[in-house]
Design a protein around this ligand. Structure first.
Ligand SMILES: Cc1cc2nc3c(=O)[nH]c(=O)nc-3n(C[C@H](O)[C@H](O)[C@H](O)COP(=O)(O)OP(=O)(O)OC[C@H]3O[C@@H](n4cnc5c(N)ncnc54)[C@H](O)[C@@H]3O)c2cc1C
Ligand code: SF4
Length: 437
């Protein structure tokens, strides 16, 4: 065992939460070490066209193959129906995001948490704007108009994408090769990086807790075991990683994981080339889901019912559902989560609307559903009303904080990067406050 002494703040995970908290604490003079399980990020999107012919022949295997060619994207089976997708790399899930920035705040009012000032501040730092209409595919515009006619009130999505650099390759979830898309690494600009050391390929296994006080973490860097000490530990390893570390350390994590279930309806329109634009350029908002134009890459590559149609002719509309907070993460990092009958009914209802939008825009059947998956993992350390003053559930040991989507008590059915960063920013300010008292 190697013993490294006295790092001031250890932040575990470098995603939407981890980078936001690192930035804020570094600006206030804290000495920060970020431990990241994944490696430095590099995009894959040039490989898509090479892999596509193999997928048509069914030679790519199941969805687990994605991690073999693109180790930054991990898939885990939560049940026979549901696949969970996470980003394991510097920048976390934000590196494989679609670049959507939305103020998701479901369930926050009920616990007395208003993140408006954090949303305002972060949107300014990130820089957001919709993709201009002239960069949309003509069919996407047609579907937008149809959705308007059907009274669904579609809105252009705010994006963290530099439209001047964006080539419209459509493969944001494989990373942006031309650096047009924002991800959380950008929180750590040159000035901040002088005060933050990021150590990749270092997976935290458990907390070091002595006399009920957190003193540091035990981690594994490749083959080496490390014990790293600090004054404060911030867990920002996402809904999955944070819960796993807590449970492995004998600290509670709540079996209330939600994932925002995604189901994409695929239709056919010859030569539509929907993948030749950024994904999800508009969305319609419903009580507990959104609909948005989208080609589901996992289904294109790995899902048998999608195989027969060329990607140039495939048209999709995604439904993203706010699901029940009913999942569980084990200390080994397995996820157990069923899709309920109620959720399946909501999906049926939403995809029926999606079908109407597509059909009335000239898209043909057969309409096939994609792989059910979820990539917004939250709710495993949910904040309650009584926690809002401290931004820390009271059962967490001293010197330990959580600063990621785990804190959000309810699923959103909406993009969640901004929410994860806003929660983390509020937590960072509480850490600063606590130090000054
Ligand atoms: C494919 C995909 C597309 C998405 N698109 C969008 C979008 O367009 N807009 C949007 O708002 N949201 C999007 N999301 C969701 C959004 O990216 C996440 O909700 C958000 O990043 C969550 O932030 P987080 O800090 O909780 O976790 P993450 O961003 O996942 O960060 C967690 C980090 O912790 C690291 N980690 C995990 N375990 C350990 C460990 N034991 N030790 C060290 N490090 C560890 C991980 O490698 C990761 O880097 C998308 C998600 C996916 C999967
Ligand atoms: S669509 Fe634009 S932002 Fe997305 S990966 Fe391609 S170039 Fe980057």
């Amino acid at each position: 065992m190697i013993r490294i002494m006295s790092k001031k703040v250890i932040i575990v995970g470098s995603g939407a939460g981890g980078c936001a908290v690192a930035r804020e604490l570094a600006l206030k003079g804290f000495n920060i070490t970020v431990l990241e399980a994944g490696s430095k990020f590099s995009s894959l999107n040039r490989a898509f066209s090479y892999a596509y012919p193999f997928s048509r022949l069914g030679l790519l295997g199941g969805e687990k193959t994605i991690s073999k060619v693109f180790p930054h994207m991990k898939t885990t089976r939560a049940s026979d129906k549901l696949v969970v997708v996470t980003g394991q790399t510097m920048g976390g899930c934000t590196t494989i995001s679609c670049g959507n920035i939305v103020r998701a705040d479901r369930g926050l009012k009920e616990i007395g948490l208003d993140l408006k000032s954090e949303f305002d501040e972060l949107e300014k730092i990130i820089g957001i704007a919709p993709i201009p209409f002239d960069k949309w595919r003509s069919l996407t515009l047609k579907m937008f108009k149809t959705a308007t006619r059907l009274g669904l009130d579609p809105t252009p999505t705010q994006k963290a994408v530099n439209v001047h650099k964006c080539t419209g390759c459509g493969l944001c979830e494989l990373g942006c090769a031309v650096n047009a898309k924002w991800d959380a690494r950008k929180f750590l600009d040159k000035q901040i990086r002088k005060r933050v050391s990021v150590i990749c390929k270092t997976a935290v296994k458990k907390l070091i807790i002595e006399g009920g006080v957190v003193k540091g973490v035990e981690a594994r860097k490749e083959r080496e075991s490390l014990r790293l000490y600090s004054d404060i530990v911030v867990l920002a390893a996402g809904g999955l990683g944070t819960a796993q570390i807590l449970k492995a350390s004998g600290v509670d994590a709540s079996d209330t994981l939600w994932v925002d279930i995604v189901s994409t309806l695929g239709g056919i329109c010859k030569g539509a080339k929907q993948l030749h634009e950024p994904p999800m350029v508009w969305y319609t908002k419903h009580e507990d889901y959104i609909l948005s134009p989208y080609i589901d890459i996992l289904s294109v590559w790995f899902y048998k019912p999608w195989r027969k149609v060329s990607v140039n002719d495939r048209v999709g509309i995604m439904l993203k559902l706010a699901d029940s907070a009913s999942g569980m993460v084990t200390k080994e990092g397995d996820i157990i989560k069923q899709v309920t009958n109620y959720e399946l009914e909501r999906i049926d209802e939403g995809l029926e609307l999606a079908r109407q939008v597509m059909e009335n825009s000239g898209v043909n059947g057969p309409f096939v559903r994609g792989l059910l998956n979820g990539g917004h993992l939250g709710g495993t350390v949910p904040l309650r009303k009584k926690d809002i003053d401290s931004m820390k559930p009271s059962y967490l040991p001293d010197n330990l904080w959580v600063a990621d989507l785990s804190l959000a008590p309810r699923s959103q059915g909406m993009p969640t990067m901004l929410l994860a960063s806003a929660l983390a920013l509020r937590v960072a300010r509480k850490i600063i406050e606590a130090k000054n008292n």
